[in-house]
Design a protein. Structure first.
Length: 165
């Protein structure tokens, strides 16, 4: 299975594609879509849409996962993140790919085994678990890889639960 993880944002939108065809997760590509803060919101969302659309077309993920906005953020930030998240959901629908949302606490728990992990802990775990030479940068890319990794774990748990029933 190949998963595109997205850390939504309208100034920096992280993406990471993780492949697990043999039971060993590998990073395929990762990075961040950098938008000019001064650009109108519509232009930023279009850049995110077009870039992610190209990534989906090129890498053909089987599933997508996106971080859900953290409610504790200020309202303006939460709304902007929600707009970027909507772009991700729209692209998933366009390409007929399952897209699952995960809250930050679940992502941290799955990747670091601690729901309150900080950015540095998460980056180190992503590097270690994906056997990367260096910590993925920028932070948004590391977060996106963690989101993709979370989807693998949660999918595996769901399959095991289905077998038990």
């Amino acid at each position: 299975m190949r998963v595109l993880g997205v850390d939504p944002g309208t100034i920096s939108c992280g993406y990471g594609i993780v492949d697990d065809r043999t039971g060993d997760q590998k990073a395929v590509t990762y990075g961040a879509i950098k938008c000019k803060q001064s650009a109108p919101m519509g232009e930023r969302l279009l850049l995110i849409y077009n870039t992610l659309d190209e990534l989906i077309t090129e890498h053909k993920p089987d599933a997508m996962a996106v971080e859900s906005p953290f409610v504790g953020q200020n309202a303006k930030t939460a709304i902007a993140i929600g707009k970027a998240q909507a772009v991700v959901l729209l692209l998933a629908a366009k390409h007929k790919i399952e897209c699952v949302e995960y809250p930050p606490r679940i992502i941290k728990r799955v990747v670091s085994n601690y729901g309150g992990a900080d950015k540095t802990q998460m980056q180190r775990m992503v590097k270690m678990l994906l056997n990367l030479d260096k910590i993925p940068e920028p932070n948004d890319a590391a977060d996106a890889l963690a989101i993709a990794m979370t989807h693998f774990q949660e999918t595996q748990i769901s399959r095991l639960n289905d077998q038990i029933r």
